[in-house]
Design a protein around this ligand. Structure first.
Ligand code: G6P
Length: 367
């Protein structure tokens, strides 16, 4: 049977709504509730090798790079191993130092992105160990890695990644769990995370069920020439991914910024014409985030706030999006889902070709 968008106006819409099922697929057979860990046979590493890892370096392009930043936080939080993400397109050009006790992770939906593939080859040429978080089975990146985690998101056609991205995040959570459980993460904490992961598909569904309200907010945002997406720490890669989606398909200038850095520059641009989408989860930074919202409101910048029920925004005049609560470590993916819906409906309002935005390709296979 040929693969088409069916009753949906675009593949992006279809793929967004497929996310709960996709997230269930990547989890299937990989959770060990008894020992609070993940089964990831495809990594090809035993417990001793896994324990010897001293650092994790994540490489990807575009959305895969941003979700890599979310993955780095998961690994640092759960396994307490220093981790960071870098654009694969930059990595090779700074003659990177390849360490034998670093685990390199290549993230790619297609597995054919040339920049990611060349980064993998450079690491292996220098004797490093690379695993892949890849969707397309048997793709070039998957073949050239030492092992990996297949994403099982199913075919993704729209240039703007949705279900593959969500499964990348879940894949990182599984990896972080396994890395954590050969170190100091307790069984109880492992089980807490597993329970959280099991709740994710239903919570994603819940967010998607709120599409109509999000569509209405998106119509407002689509009228702006320029927008900010802001977040802090775990919320910053969420803001980056939100801005990326928005600019890719709505062609509006959308810039991501750390909320904490607003006062060091971008506040100069805030006005009634420049809306801000702010990521304000219920966490240790909520109060500081709200203080920044007041700075924006004082300059009459329109605000859309992605947050949790119960976060008290006082008398701030905002459009509010509440996402379900999970474990704090897993919040980033739930905060990301409404941003996909906003970008999609902004592009729809503007009448753009949602699946094939101008100047972009689903996978960039030439340098
Ligand atoms: C292209 C697409 C992006 C995508 C990136 C990585 O640039 O426009 O949306 O995130 O490639 O693709 P990959 O297949 O490696 O995940």
């Amino acid at each position: 049977a040929s693969y088409d968008a069916g009753e949906h106006d675009s593949f992006m819409h279809k793929e967004m709504l497929e996310q709960p099922a996709a997230a269930e697929r990547i989890l299937r057979g990989r959770l060990d509730e008894r020992f609070g860990t993940a089964h990831l046979g495809g990594l090809n590493m035993d417990a001793r090798e896994t324990r010897e890892i001293r650092r994790v370096k994540i490489l990807g392009c575009g959305s895969a790079y941003y979700v890599g930043q979310m993955g780095a936080s998961l690994i640092e939080d759960l396994a307490r191993i220093p981790a960071d993400a870098e654009a694969a397109s930059e990595f090779r050009y700074r003659n990177p130092i390849i360490e034998h006790d670093t685990l390199y992770v290549a993230v790619s939906q297609s597995g054919e992105t040339i920049d990611t593939l060349l980064a993998v080859q450079e690491i292996r040429r220098k004797g490093g160990r690379v695993i892949g978080l890849v969707n397309v089975v048997g793709s070039a990146v998957a073949r050239e890695c030492d092992g990996g985690i297949y994403l099982h998101a199913g075919p993704e056609v729209a240039v703007a990644s949705t279900k593959a991205l969500t499964n990348m995040f879940v894949g990182f959570a599984l990896l972080a769990l396994q890395l954590g459980r050969v170190r100091d993460l307790s069984i109880a904490d492992g089980q807490r995370l597993i329970a959280g992961l099991t709740r994710l598909p239903g919570q994603i569904e819940e967010i998607l069920a709120g599409e109509d309200a999000l569509a209405e907010m998106a119509t407002g945002l689509a009228g702006a020439e320029s927008l900010f997406f802001v977040g802090r720490v775990r919320g910053f890669p969420v803001a980056r991914e939100g801005a990326q989606k928005f600019k890719e398909i709505s062609y509006r200038h959308a810039e991501a910024y750390q909320t904490s850095e607003l006062k060091h520059g971008p506040l100069a641009l805030i006005s009634t014409e420049v809306p801000t989408v702010a990521i304000v989860p219920d966490d240790e930074l909520t109060d500081r985030n709200i203080a920044a919202l007041h700075e924006i409101a004082a300059r009459r910048g329109p605000l859309v706030v992605v947050t949790h029920a119960g976060v008290d925004l006082g008398d701030l005049d905002v459009r509010r999006i509440d996402v379900p609560r999970n474990e704090r470590e897993l919040d980033p993916i739930l905060l990301t889902i409404p941003l996909q819906v906003l970008a999609y409906h902004a592009a729809l309002t503007l009448g753009h070709d949602i699946d094939k935005p101008r100047n972009l390709a689903k996978s960039v296979t030439v340098e």
